[in-house]
Design a protein around this ligand. Structure first.
Ligand SMILES: [Mg+2]
Length: 384
């Protein structure tokens, strides 16, 4: 098998509501879909859900844009990969890393497409390339962006009705407001729904973050995600509170996880397909975390159905990813039926919706990522 062609398609899907978080300066929007073709005529799909204003601690890793993604893939990565064997995924990662430093989202999109096309070629689901199916269903955490407290309560109640068992609240803007948000959402949801808070590095100091978290403990939070910026500050928060702390912006690569472990900077790792640069590398991140007894979930950047499928295969094949995952159950417009649980976009570019049952998504089991593109929608949502 040989890679013959790599195509990039920037798209913008209509959104259900604005999804705001502490570090976001412009609405999320244009993501890049990758089609990787091999000489047997098969096509693998990938996605780069690029955000220009989301990155690692202190700009250690930083934003990619649709424009940089098109340039890096079309002009640099694709020419290096054409003619290569798509089955040699680890070797192709080395080749990509030698060809250009950084750009993990571009490389993740290629890596997803490689897993998809190889799975299609051998007629096996992508999770078989990642260690096999550890779980057939993935618990969904519904993410509620920054919004007025009464609106957040309303949305939390609706998704509870629709089967969601974990609600993630965006915070990190103002401690008093965040504590009140947790209090009001807990009051509305009752004791049986898990509540988590993601501050997106928003609290100014480790001490203030610790005070905020301690105040939230009265209302029961499962964990606090990335309260502050920087692994040393994260370690200080972790020392000061009983609530488990999740590292997200601090945790991209295997080296980051080693540092987090050495400094005891978190209890939980937010695992992405994109941050380390693809599914293969994400499995390595998970292995390091597991060795230190850290818990994991799979998080993302509000991907379309392509990236969501990759995240589902990662969650399916990663044993220690036991916590509910932020994988939006994006659904083709004609099949949404008014449900909002887990849903962010008003439409999707895949032909079939993911099956959502009792707060969980069933992992696709068709070959590759197990999805097909709706080419009419690609035409409709393509941007130039
Ligand atoms: Mg986060």
């Amino acid at each position: 098998m040989k890679i013959t062609k790599i195509e990039t398609i920037p798209i913008r899907l209509p959104t259900r509501r604005v999804h705001q978080w502490a570090s976001l300066t412009t609405p999320i929007g244009v993501y890049v879909i990758v089609k990787l073709e091999i000489d047997e005529g098969l096509i693998g799909l990938g996605e780069a859900p690029v955000l220009k204003d989301w990155g690692g601690d202190h700009m250690k890793y930083y934003g990619e844009t649709p424009g940089t993604t098109l340039h890096v893939i079309n002009d640099i990565v694709a020419p290096a990969l054409i003619g290569q064997d798509p089955c040699r995924i680890e070797a192709l990662h080395s080749l990509m890393d030698k060809t250009i430093k950084g750009y993990p989202y571009c490389k993740a999109a290629i890596d997803m497409a490689l897993h998809d096309v190889v799975g299609r070629a051998f007629k096996i689901p992508a999770y078989q390339l990642l260690g096999g199916c550890y779980r057939e269903r993935v618990k969904v955490a519904h993410s509620i962006g920054l919004m007025e407290i009464n609106k957040a309560v309303e949305e939390a109640l609706q998704v509870k009705d629709e089967g969601i068992k974990t609600v993630k609240l965006k915070g990190g803007i103002e401690s008093k407001r965040d504590i009140d948000l947790v209090k009001q959402v807990r009051k509305a949801l009752g004791p049986d729904i898990e509540i988590t808070v993601d501050a997106n590095q928003g609290y100014p100091t480790a001490k203030s973050a610790a005070q905020t978290i301690k105040a939230m403990e009265e209302y029961g939070i499962l964990y606090m995600e990335q309260p502050v910026e920087g692994i040393d500050s994260m370690a200080e928060v972790t020392r000061r509170v009983n609530t488990p702390i999740m590292a997200d912006e601090s945790a991209w690569t295997t080296q980051d996880i080693l540092e987090i472990i050495q400094k005891k900077a978190a209890d939980i790792i937010s695992l992405y397909t994109t941050k380390p640069g693809g599914l293969l590398k994400a499995k390595k991140v998970a292995a390091i975390a597991e060795a230190a007894g850290l818990q994991l979930n799979v998080n993302g950047s509000v991907e379309t159905g392509v990236g969501n499928a990759a995240n589902l295969h990662l969650a399916a094949a990663t044993g220690p990813a036991t916590l509910a995952c932020v994988i939006p159950v994006s659904t083709p417009r004609e099949k949404t039926k008014g449900r909002i649980a887990g849903i962010y976009y008003q439409d999707d570019i895949v032909t079939e919706p993911f099956e959502f049952v009792d707060g969980e998504i069933l992992v696709p089991s068709k070959p590759g990522l197990g999805i097909e593109l709706d080419e009419d929608k690609i035409k409709r949502y393509r941007v130039e």
